[in-house]
Design a protein around this ligand. Structure first.
Ligand SMILES: NC(=O)c1ccc[n+]([C@@H]2O[C@H](COP(=O)([O-])OP(=O)(O)OC[C@H]3O[C@@H](n4cnc5c(N)ncnc54)[C@H](OP(=O)(O)O)[C@@H]3O)[C@@H](O)[C@H]2O)c1
Length: 414
């Protein structure tokens, strides 16, 4: 089995004479830019047909920058376009479910970025946009988020369209190569350890449960959790034709920026102002075969984006370094040497020893992911990262919130 260590998947590739897959992007922010770059780099296999976003001027600037054919006034107008086959939702978490259902009802294949959905107070009278929903019982959150994720998967299945889950780790060349080697080696994955961490999100929305549906464990931990669930799913399918599923979790979460000594430290570089979400979270996942995965997310890590996954198998070990990696190491005596040049995500400057990443869209897996989504639409074959994977990640994260709140192991039922 080849999980493609190259950036562009060739599976189901649109032939030279076939028309490109029409893509409509919703949102014009951070992740929308990454997707637009990647779809645009697929050698004509995809074409950015339309964009819709909340602020028309921003959407227009986006369209001009990335060569998008049309700017739509609404998501419905974008979904109504015949030249759009795939709608990529690059919008805040509370919009994932309603917009997925609208796109599916219009007969469009859907890409939903991570997390597939989240608990943001859907069952409460939310009132103000910054209402406090974080006090809600964690079991109610789990029930509601899991039901929403189920509803999204069902809506797409009923409409006969694919729901694809924007989890780039599953496509990162390092993870893909490890998966290929695991398939060749035939070993059992005993234990995985992986996390994503950095110095804190660029978005003020990340600091409030009402907007994100959780903190670092959801926003960042979703990546290693997604990769772990996918690797064990693949192992199960290979071994006995059914997925090896997550069955229970234990977890802990905290706001480390509230440690008292930070208040008096003159040089603490820790992002502050977290309203009601954790900026550090870890979960231990028990799988149906007894193996374990320990995943974490943190907004308290200095030194740039850190995304790593270690796999201990019965016959080999694997260390996947998505970021940083040492393809290039540089030293500059001060930050001015590299001026405004981009070094890597979430690094403060290019001073001292740094590891500029030559192509983050490739190493992060975003490029191969967009290639697979486009190929899935063109070929009718399922994408590697599907809605079911996103749904399972939602269940693990919210079960972890229950486990952390109640201080005990939580079984994942059904
Ligand atoms: N590696 C990853 O997979 C990754 C990384 C980062 C983020 N994400 C996910 O991507 C999603 C967006 O995050 P982001 O960082 O890109 O946020 P962002 O930079 O704030 O961009 C969000 C975009 O959505 C638009 N928007 C908001 N409400 C809308 C509505 N009702 N209709 C249409 N457009 C609307 C915003 O419009 P305005 O221009 O008017 O603000 C903005 O352009 C989140 O779910 C996040 O978890 C994934």
């Amino acid at each position: 089995m080849d999980f493609g260590a190259r950036g562009g998947s060739t599976r189901g590739m649109v032939g030279r004479n076939e028309s490109p897959v029409g893509v409509g992007i919703v949102g014009a922010g951070f992740i929308a830019e990454t997707r637009a770059r990647c779809y645009g780099a697929l050698g004509g296999r995809a074409r950015l047909r339309a964009i819709a976003s909340r602020t028309r001027e921003r959407a227009e600037r986006f369209a001009a920058r990335f060569g998008v054919d049309a700017v739509c006034d609404s998501v419905d107008a974008l979904c109504a376009r015949e030249d759009v086959a795939l709608v990529d939702l690059c919008v805040p978490n509370d919009l994932h479910r309603p917009l997925t259902e609208r796109a599916a009802a219009a007969g469009k294949h859907v890409v939903c970025t991570k997390p597939l959905t989240a608990y943001v107070g859907q069952d409460l009278d939310r009132g103000a946009a910054d209402a406090d929903v974080s006090g809600r019982d964690r079991r109610a959150m789990l029930r509601l988020a899991a039901a929403e994720a189920d509803a999204m998967v069902s809506a797409c299945a009923a409409a006969g369209v694919q729901l694809m889950y924007g989890e780039n780790w599953v496509y990162a060349p390092a993870v893909g190569k490890a998966a290929s080697l695991l398939a060749t080696a035939g070993g059992t994955i005993l234990d995985m350890r992986g996390g994503e961490s950095h110095k804190g999100s660029h978005s003020p929305y990340s600091k409030r449960w009402r907007h994100t549906g959780g903190g670092a464990l959801l926003r960042l931990g979703a990546h290693p959790i997604g990769a772990m669930l996918w690797l064990k799913r693949e192992e199960g399918l290979r071994r006995h034709g059914t997925a090896i599923a997550p069955v229970a979790v234990v977890a802990d979460v905290a706001d480390l920026s509230r440690i008292a000594s930070l208040d008096t430290e003159p040089r603490a570089h820790v992002a502050r102002g977290w309203v009601d979400v954790e900026n550090w979270g870890t979960v231990s996942i028990e799988f149906s075969d007894g193996s374990r995965g320990v995943a974490w997310g943190a907004d308290t890590t200095l030194g740039g984006m850190e995304s790593r996954l270690e796999i201990q198998a019965s016959n080999a070990r694997y260390r996947c370094n998505l970021s940083p990696n040492d393809l290039l190491e540089t030293y500059a005596p001060d930050a001015a040497v590299f001026g405004d040049a981009y070094v890597m995500e979430k690094i403060d400057s290019g001073a001292g020893w740094t590891t500029p990443i030559p192509d983050e869209d490739w190493t992060s897996g975003h490029l191969a992911m967009c290639a697979d989504f486009v190929a899935a639409v063109a070929s009718g074959c399922a994408a590697r990262a599907d809605g079911a994977l996103g749904r399972d990640v939602v269940r693990v994260v919210y079960a972890a919130y229950v486990a952390a709140a109640e201080g005990r192991r939580i079984a994942l039922d059904g």
